[in-house]
Design a protein around this ligand. Structure first.
Ligand code: PMP
Ligand code: GLN
Length: 390
């Protein structure tokens, strides 16, 4: 038997796979892993079908179908503001997942430090490890009775920066808390960045889902930050198509050049007809304009329904996630409660502790679960009925 040495000895199946498998076995409603239970817009499906019928159905250019890179450029100018060059700065990737992984592998060297803000998306830390870097995890302030929401601690972030810091990873609108950035956050970030030389990765997978009349704010809206930023996003959430795995990253030419060196050997290029279909569909921008209102209605439906339960919803400013405080259900690890709720109430959720370095530690457990509301109203209503009875 060949003896293997794991590069990621502590990593198992992701919490999203784990809870989806549990939901499947228990036939529970799956408000865990973030994906819609409805179809993408039929115009998008038609555009993709037409692209498959007409072809080409062969390799796309390594950097992405030119029409899609151009459409991404226009979309980023409209929503984030920065004028990326479609040829040198934009790369179409296999989901945000591959954009993040290729970027970290390309930019982080052995011995480099990468600052993550906890709770942080599960991909970042293991890929930093694969790159030979060290994750430096800075916690957000967790919700309290007086202030029932997560908040950023820019002082702690500033203190975590050292001469070895290569990268700071941001993710707003934030999975799982739903927090969005404000101009004051960018002021604080600009001040830190002016003193230190590090790159910023801005994972904006939920860029088009921001509520209550607010609009998405990206670090790339500030030229000084855009110069050191890698903007990552995906069409998974925007177009209700998590299966298609089409994402992208935008960064100044010399940074993109390094990312592309990894991208070309990780996947070479991404599904051609889906890229072409999305490029055609992106010309009808109304689809994006209505997305925040669409999800705000779902958020409000879930919050209103849960107000009759013992779960206390926190405020969600964006994304399709809602956190609920489960204190009224008793003490214990969030993961144990999530499993119990799936078994006893038939509703699968995600423990927020999974977004911390050690999910079993007290610092990771704040009696919070994440619920995904990218579901048909009927699904949400059935989940609410079940949760009202726990
Ligand atoms: N970043 C965040 C914060 C996410 O929540 C997700 C998954 N939904 C991704 C990246 C991965 O996106 P994709 O499915 O496009 O790979
Ligand atoms: N991003 C999704 C979530 O937070 C999960 C995607 C995945 O399973 N990798 O639920």
């Amino acid at each position: 038997m060949i003896k293997l040495k794991s590069k990621l000895p502590l990593v198992g199946d992701t919490i999203f796979s784990e809870m989806s498998t549990l939901a499947h076995h228990l036939n529970a409603i799956n408000l865990g892993q973030g994906f819609p239970d409805y179809q993408p817009d039929s115009d998008l499906l038609n555009a993709v079908c037409q692209a498959i019928q007409q072809g080409p159905n062969q390799y796309a250019p390594m950097t992405g179908v030119p029409a899609l890179r151009q459409a991404i450029r226009d979309k980023v100018i409209a929503h984030q503001g920065h004028p990326y060059d479609a040829d040198t700065d934009i790369t179409v990737t296999s989901g945000a997942t591959e954009a993040l992984t290729s970027s970290i592998l390309a930019l982080v060297h052995a011995g480099d430090e990468v600052i993550l803000i906890d709770p942080s998306y599960d991909l970042y830390a293991p890929v930093v490890t694969l790159a030979g870097g060290t994750s430096v995890r800075v916690a957000m302030n967790p919700p309290t009775q007086d202030k029932p929401r997560f908040s950023l601690d820019w002082n702690a972030i500033a203190h975590a920066v050292t001469s070895r810091t290569r990268l700071l990873i941001l993710n707003f609108p934030h999975n799982p808390s739903g927090l969005t950035l404000r101009e004051e956050d960018l002021d604080a970030l600009e001040q830190i960045a002016a003193r230190h030389d590090f790159l910023i990765m801005s994972d904006e997978a939920y860029e088009h889902i921001v509520f209550d009349g607010n609009s998405h704010l990206s670090p790339t809206s500030r030229p000084a930050l855009a110069a050191r930023c890698i903007l990552v996003s995906s069409f998974a959430k925007t177009f209700h198509a998590t299966a298609w795995k089409i994402g992208y990253c935008c960064a100044p030419g010399p940074i993109s050049q390094e990312i592309r060196k990894v991208h070309q050997f990780a996947v070479y290029s991404v599904n051609t007809p889906i890229q072409a279909g999305i490029a055609a569909y992106l010309k009808q921008t109304q689809a994006i304009q209505g997305l925040s209102a669409f999800y705000q209605r779902k958020r409000d439906r879930l919050v209103q329904g849960l107000n009759a339960s013992r779960l206390r919803p926190l405020h969600s400013e964006g994304t399709f996630f809602l956190l609920v405080d489960t204190s009224a259900l008793g003490e214990g690890l969030e993961k144990e409660l999530a499993i119990r709720l799936a078994q006893e109430a038939g509703v699968a959720t995600i423990p927020v502790s999974a977004f911390y370095e050690d999910p079993a530690s007290p610092r990771a457990n704040h009696q919070l679960l994440r619920l995904c509301f990218a579901k048909q109203d009927a699904t949400l209503d059935t989940a609410i009925e079940r949760l009202v009875n726990v």
